[in-house]
Design a protein. Structure first.
Length: 444
C-alpha cells in the first residue's frame, strides 16, 4: 500500500486490524495463563501470576524500546527519500544489535536472580514456589519475547503488518490450546501454563522470520556507522513506549506491595484480573498507536501535514470507541472478570465489584494517554511523549499509590489510576492540539 499517496481510511483500518490482532493476541498470553491457572489452582494461582506480571512488562518494554524507536526513524528516513537506503537499514541493524544485548541482560537476570526479583515484586512464602514454577520453562526462551516485539514493529513499518499479526496469532493460538492440554489434560498446573507460553513465543518468532525471505522485505543488515549515536537516537525516540510497559511493571509492584500491606491476599487475587484487563485495554490503545505510527512517520518525513491530521482524526474516533466499551463493560459486569480468571470464594465475590468499578474509571482516558505517546513519537517530539509516559507511569501514579491509603483510607488506593489518567490527559490533549495547530500553520 502507498502510505504517502493512497487513501488514508482503508490504509489506516488495514493497519489497525493487523495491529489490533497482534496486540490482542500478545495480551492473550498472560490472560489465558491466568484464567487457566486460576481455574486450576484458585486465587493463589491468580495471585502468583500477578507477581510475575512485572517481568512481562520489563521484557516487552525492552523489545518496544528497540522496535518502536528504530522503526520510527526507519520510516521517517523512508518518507524523506521515498526509497530504501543504507541509512535507514543501519538503524534496523542497530536495533537488532541493541535487542541482542538487552535480551542477554534480561535473560541472565531472570535465570540467576528469579527468587529475589519475585520476592521484591511481592511474593510471600506461599506464592513464591508457584511463581518460580511458572517461570521455569519461560527462562529458556526469554530473548524470543523481546525479539518478537522488536520484529513486529519493523514488519509493520516495512509494509507487512499482516505477517506480524500472523506470527503473534500463531503463537497465541498454540498458547490457548497448549494451556488446556498442559494445565488440565496433563495435570501440570502452573508449570504447564509456562510451558505453553514458552512454545508459543518460539512459534511467533519463526513465523515472523519468514518476512526476510519474502518479496516485501526491504530490511537488510548493514554495518552501522556511529553505532553509539544511532543507539542513542533509537533509545530517545523509543523511550516513551518502552517506559509505558516498564511503568506498568513498576505500578504492579507498588500495588502488589501496598495491597499485601493494607488489604491482604484476597485483594491481591482480585488485583490479578484487574492487571490483565488493564493490559488488555492498554493493548487496544497500542493497536491504535501502532497502526497510526508507520503512516504518520513516513508522511511526517514527506511533510504531508493534511494526511497526518486525517490519520489523527480516525485514531481519536477509535480511541473513544475503546474507552466507552471497556469502561461500560467493567462498570456493568465487574464479576465477569473474576469468574473468567479463577474459581472465586464468596469473600472475593463480595469484595470484587467495588474494587473493579473504582479502578476501571481509569479506562475512560487510558487509551487516549497511551495513543498520545505514539503520536508524539511519530512527530519526532520525544519530550512530550516522555512527559506523558513518566508522569503517568511513575511520578503521579506512584505518589498516589503510596499516599492515598495513608491519607484517605486503604480502599482509596483503587482511585490512584483514575486520578492519574485525568491529570495526564489534560496535558496530553493540550500538546496534541498544539502540535496539530502547528501543522496547520505550515500548510499556509
Amino acid at each position: 500500500m502507498d502510505l504517502l499517496h493512497g487513501k488514508i481510511k482503508p490504509i489506516y483500518f488495514k493497519y489497525l486490524s493487523a495491529a489490533f490482532g497482534s496486540a490482542m493476541i500478545t495480551s492473550v498470553y498472560s490472560i489465558v495463563d491466568m484464567a487457566m491457572v486460576g481455574q486450576y489452582q484458585g486465587p493463589d494461582g491468580t495471585a502468583a501470576l500477578a507477581i510475575v506480571a512485572p517481568i512481562w512488562n520489563i521484557i516487552y518494554s525492552l523489545g518496544l524500546l528497540m522496535g518502536i524507536g528504530g522503526s520510527v526513524i526507519f520510516s521517517t528516513f523512508r518518507g524523506q527519500s521515498q526509497q530504501t537506503s543504507n541509512n535507514e537499514n543501519e538503524y534496523f541493524t542497530t536495533a537488532v544489535i541493541g535487542s541482542v544485548i538487552l535480551s542477554i541482560v534480561a535473560w541472565l537476570a531472570i535465570i540467576f536472580f528469579d527468587q529475589p526479583i519475585l520476592s521484591f515484586f511481592g511474593a510471600n512464602t506461599e506464592l513464591l514456589p508457584l511463581a518460580q514454577s511458572y517461570l521455569t520453562p519461560i527462562k529458556i526462551v526469554i530473548p524470543l519475547f523481546l525479539f518478537n516485539q522488536m520484529l513486529a514493529a519493523f514488519l509493520r513499518n516495512d509494509n507487512h503488518p499482516g505477517l506480524a499479526t500472523a506470527g503473534v496469532l500463531a503463537g497465541g493460538l498454540f498458547n490457548i490450546l497448549g494451556d488446556y492440554i498442559f494445565v488440565f489434560s496433563l495435570d501440570m498446573g502452573i508449570l504447564g501454563a509456562g510451558l505453553a507460553t514458552a512454545i508459543g513465543s518460539a512459534i511467533s518468532f519463526i513465523v515472523m522470520l519468514t518476512h526476510f525471505w519474502s518479496t516485501k522485505n526491504t530490511l537488510v543488515l548493514r554495518k552501522p556507522t556511529r553505532f553509539m549515536l544511532k543507539s542513542k537516537e533509537i533509545s530517545v525516540t523509543g523511550f516513551s513506549t518502552f517506559f509505558i510497559d516498564v511503568a506498568m511493571g513498576i505500578l504492579t509492584v507498588l500495588f502488589n506491595r501496598q495491597i499485601m500491606k493494607y488489604l491482604g491476599t484476597n485483594a491481591l487475587a482480585i488485583y490479578g484480573p484487574i492487571v490483565n484487563v488493564s493490559t488488555f485495554v492498554q493493548c487496544c490503545a497500542y493497536s491504535v498507536g501502532q497502526a497510526s505510527q508507520p503512516i504518520i512517520s513516513i508522511n511526517y518525513g514527506a511533510k504531508h501535514w493534511n494526511r497526518i491530521k486525517e490519520i489523527l482524526r480516525y485514531a481519536l474516533y477509535t480511541v473513544t470507541a475503546f474507552s466507552v466499551f471497556w469502561t461500560a463493560l467493567s462498570l456493568l459486569y465487574p464479576n465477569l472478570y473474576i469468574y473468567i480468571f479463577m474459581k472465586p470464594t464468596e469473600v472475593i465475590l463480595e469484595m470484587a465489584p467495588s474494587i473493579i468499578r473504582y479502578y476501571s474509571i481509569s479506562f475512560i482516558l487510558l487509551p487516549l494517554n497511551i495513543f498520545s505517546t505514539y503520536y508524539f513519537q511519530a512527530l519526532m517530539k520525544p519530550k512530550a511523549a516522555f512527559n506523558v509516559s513518566v508522569f503517568r507511569g511513575v511520578i503521579i501514579s506512584g505518589i498516589l499509590i503510596m499516599l492515598l491509603p495513608i491519607v484517605s483510607g486503604t480502599n482509596s488506593i483503587w482511585f490512584a489510576m483514575p486520578i492519574t489518567e485525568l491529570l495526564v490527559a489534560i496535558y496530553a490533549t493540550y500538546m496534541i492540539v498544539k502540535y496539530t495547530r502547528a501543522m496547520s500553520r505550515k500548510e499556509q
